[in-house]
Write a protein that binds this ligand. Structure first.
Ligand SMILES: C[S@@+](CC[C@H](N)C(=O)[O-])C[C@H]1O[C@@H](n2cnc3c(N)ncnc32)[C@H](O)[C@@H]1O
Length: 213
């Protein structure tokens, strides 16, 4: 039986518009951390990927993860909305080395026996999950030295209000750093990638490395 959260995300999925088939550089797969096309850093943030085990939390239609699979990573994408895994599998199933699973991020991380080299989230489950609960679980399922990275919109006063149906976590940069350090991460970088045009919101991009347990 699906949860109220899954049902809300399933409704959100109904408004999904497919990403372009080809980007400005002529590539058919790519990773984009920001809400703007052809903008910001790429998968370099995640370090070496060939042969690495990668988990995406809130993988949506799967395009970013499929790109990492083309680079030789062994990839798992999880999403709480069942139609996302189905669509991602239909669209990217021909690419080897990746699977899509329907699951809540906390449930998946609690239950899986797999350890990952990279865990990341792009405007995904990290944005909607209490970091005090999520970050220690991510650390537990990362190999020592593994990379954790996520992006999302910057905090605004309205977004800090509680009480919304799906709660969003927007922390000031110094609090992301504190939460990650408390959960066993080092080499923490939390930055705002400026928007391509003045006056538009930037993107918070955070990455860190799992300290040896
Ligand atoms: C804004 S969309 C972003 C999707 C994708 N990362 C992208 O960049 O296109 C957020 C995604 O996170 C998923 N999601 C939200 N909360 C989640 C949770 N607790 N566990 C797993 N997936 C979640 C939603 O179903 C949705 O597909």
């Amino acid at each position: 039986m699906s949860s109220p959260q899954a049902e809300i995300w399933e409704r959100y999925a109904a408004s999904y518009k497919p990403r372009r088939a080809v980007n400005a550089a002529g590539a058919t797969t790519w990773l984009n951390w920001t809400q703007y096309p052809d903008h910001g850093p790429d998968e370099v943030v995640l370090g070496e990927l060939c042969g690495k085990r990668v988990l995406e939390l809130g993988s949506g239609a799967g395009a970013n993860l499929a790109h990492l699979a083309t680079l030789g990573a062994v990839c798992t994408g999880i999403d709480i909305a069942p139609s996302r895994a189905e669509l991602a599998h239909r669209t990217w199933g021909h690419v080897g080395g990746l699977e899509f699973v329907t699951a809540d991020a906390l449930d998946y991380l609690t239950e899986t026996s797999t350890r990952f080299d990279v865990v990341y989230s792009i405007f995904g489950a990290v944005w909607f999950t209490d970091p005090q609960v999520l970050f220690p679980l991510v650390r537990k399922k990362l190999n020592d030295g593994g990379v954790f990275a996520f992006s999302q919109p910057p905090a605004t006063p309205q977004q800090d209000e509680g009480g919304r149906v799906i709660r969003q976590w927007h922390l000031p940069v110094h609090q992301w750093i504190e939460q990650l350090a408390a959960a066993g991460f080092s080499e923490i970088v939390a930055e705002t990638v400026e928007a391509p045009e003045p006056g538009k919101p930037g993107t918070v991009l955070v990455h860190a490395r799992a300290l040896p347990a």
